[in-house]
Design a protein around this ligand. Structure first.
Ligand code: NDP
Length: 600
């Protein structure tokens, strides 16, 4: 490639971005309430009536996904037996409870994506496990650690209140529970509140519709394991959105519908998946004690430009770009390049990678015009990279129609169907693959607020953004622990790594408090202050995102809002994991204060 090619790509990327930039940003999306509230109903599990809880537990964990499971597991290992998980869904699994759409599978290697493989003895069946196996693994973890005993499902926490006299939290739920917990932990997930596209007329559609995170198998037929969607034979179906979810379910819809219309605003980059069964003999060789942590550490090191690990255990599409960048940086460094020159090498590696991904479309999609529309014109990490070996192929079926909106989105929904470019596409069913809320207030997304020491409300304390120590502890909110991405490693290619690591920290701190007979643990104001200063936004990341096509990674193309999903340790995820590991292992828990309840 020449300088002129680079300049042409920069121009094209900027034009495509400009087409998509909307003044309403995040406000373009609709909440699933009012006429859409029923789209939130749980289609998978019957609600079971039960008596409200009025008792006390040592730890209550809000959320029964990976965060709650791994934290519960580590707490059990620490000797804390009464951990109560409170979960809005009808079972464990979090994102894997809700996302049962056909074709759902992990996008990061199962060896590092599925937590506690070593502890539970499970051998993933494939390099990228499918959703039913991951959901089953969630239940395996729950059972293995006895977390299933006493978990409260179909239960939404509505309010948490710190009682300074008893040094306990009061937990209130929508099932009339009002119980106490010495410690509260929360892991409600970064992407769990479904959103709808704010398309004019959306409420008028007279056919059937649902969001991908509440897949209606009663309508489509089939099942999450991939049985054919027989209910769609003879149906004209629209799917709106072409993000990571749509990429995985479109091939299944394509195989079943009489006609499938895929409404696209921005194409995803779709690289090779290369899924393979995992050979148990190979696994037995690899799985020597401590293997999973070694794999986790190796993946994060391989994803970080500043780290130079000797081997790449996962070796997939995620590490490929990082390795290319590193290769170029290594060459440039030896020629003592400036920082700007290093960034230029990063950009060139990205151009090359995206050119390969765009060329891949031409090799698969037979119709040249359709192929052109499926090409992504932005840098690979501007949007969630996708990997799939049947998605692009689906567009070769005569029954599958890509309706590209040239960045503008669907124009209107009518009682009969979907309008784009003035043409109406009548359909029986609309499937919304429109993603999840990001960037809205954390208390809006979690669905509950909490009152800490001295009556401070978390929504007020965080009105200008999150403030924490290590992304886990919050001043004025004693005995509260957050298990999530923000203000910690913020490592997105393998989200569970954040949770797995924070679980260790939470268990270490709670274990120390319980063993030492401490009633209260809380970060000092100074420690939080100092940590928040450590998190100064990385200027390279900020300018990278400012040039990206709009999406949830960059606050829909606007300056980062106070509740951005991004914002972690400024030295990077690998450095955070090293730092926090040492902090935890030292046993000094610097920045936290442990105290006993004053005698009454
Ligand atoms: P996304 O937010 O990634 O995608 C939403 C889609 O809806 C986008 O294509 C968006 O277009 C489109 N859209 C929004 N408004 C309109 C409109 N008015 N007209 C037409 N199209 C519209 O949601 P997903 O559910 O696909 O994925 C969310 C995240 O969940 C992923 O990024 C990933 O982090 C995670 N995920 C992980 C998986 C895994 O690990 N296995 C699998 C699936 C999801 P535009 O791009 O222009 O905004």
């Amino acid at each position: 490639m020449t300088e002129a090619d680079y300049a042409a790509l920069r121009r094209r990327y900027a034009q495509e971005r400009a087409k998509r930039l909307r003044p309403d940003g995040n406000d373009q999306y609709l909440e699933l309430k009012g006429p859409f509230a029923e789209l939130l109903d749980d289609p998978y599990t019957e609600r079971v009536e039960r008596d409200p809880k009025r008792d006390h537990v040592t730890v209550a964990f809000i959320g029964g996904g990976f965060a709650g499971l791994v934290t519960g597991a580590r707490l059990r290992e620490t000797g804390i037996d009464d951990v109560r998980i409170v979960e809005k869904g009808g079972g464990f699994g979090g994102t894997w409870y809700w996302n049962r759409y056909p074709g759902a599978q992990c996008d990061t290697a199962a060896m590092i994506y599925m937590p506690l493989l070593e502890e539970t003895g499970h051998v993933p069946s494939e390099r990228y496990a499918h959703a039913p196996e991951i959901l089953e693994h969630c239940n395996r973890i729950a059972k293995h650690y006895g977390l299933d005993e006493g978990a409260l499902f179909h239960t939404r926490v509505t309010d948490l209140e710190w009682d300074a006299l008893s040094c306990r939290w009061i937990v209130r739920t929508d099932r009339g529970d009002e119980f106490t917990a010495q410690f509260i932990a929360s892991g409600t997930g970064p992407l769990h509140v479904p959103k709808l596209p704010g398309i004019p007329g959306i409420e008028t559609f007279a056919g059937h519709s649902f969001h991908t995170s509440r897949w209606d198998y009663a309508y489509t037929g089939g099942d999450p394991a991939g049985a054919p969607l027989e209910g769609l034979a003879g149906k004209r179906v629209a799917i709106i959105g072409t993000g990571a979810t749509a990429v995985q379910c479109v091939p299944h819809l394509a195989a079943a519908c009489q006609e499938l219309f895929v409404f696209q605003r921005t194409p995803s980059s779709v690289d090779v998946r290369d899924n393979q069964p995992i050979d148990p003999d190979w696994f037995a060789e690899v799985a020597t004690p401590g293997w999973q942590q070694r794999w986790l550490d190796n993946f994060v090191a391989n994803m970080m430009a500043g780290e130079f690990p000797a081997e790449d255990l996962v070796d997939d599409g995620w590490t490929d770009l990082a390795k290319r960048i590193r290769g170029r940086l290594a060459e440039a460094r030896s020629a003592s390049a400036s920082f700007q020159e290093l960034l230029a090498e990063f950009e060139i590696a990205d151009f090359e990678k995206m050119n390969e991904i765009r060329s891949r479309v031409d090799t698969i999609v037979a119709d040249a015009a359709t192929a052109e529309h499926l090409k992504a014109w932005y840098r690979q990490l501007c949007k969630r990279p996708c990997f799939h070996d049947e998605y692009l192929e689906a567009y070769n079926l005569p029954s599958v129609h890509l309706i590209d909106t040239d960045g503008r989105g669907v124009e209107r929904i009518t009682p009969a169907g979907v309008i784009v470019g003035g043409a109406e596409y009548p359909v029986d069913c609309i499937i919304y693959a429109s993603g999840f809320e990001v960037g809205t207030e954390p208390t809006r997304r979690s669905g509950f607020d909490m009152t800490g020491r001295g009556g401070v409300r978390l929504s007020d304390y965080w009105s200008a953004g999150m403030r924490s120590l290590h992304g886990i502890h919050v001043h004025n909110f004693p005995n509260l622990f957050l298990v999530q991405l923000g203000q910690g490693a913020n490592f997105l290619p393998n989200v569970p790594h954040n949770l797995i690591d924070s679980a260790r920290t939470v268990a270490a701190v709670i274990g120390h408090a319980v063993r030492g007979g401490f009633d209260v643990v809380e970060p000092t104001a100074e420690a939080v202050e100092a940590w928040v200063e450590e998190l100064a936004p990385n200027p390279v990341m900020t300018s990278f995102q400012a040039q990206c096509t709009p999406g949830y990674y960059n606050n829909e193309g606007h300056a980062p809002g106070p509740h951005s999903l991004f914002g972690g340790y400024s030295r990077g995820a690998a450095a955070y994991f090293r730092y926090i590991g040492q902090w935890r292992d030292s046993g000094a828990f610097e920045g936290l204060s442990f105290s006993r309840r004053p005698p009454v």
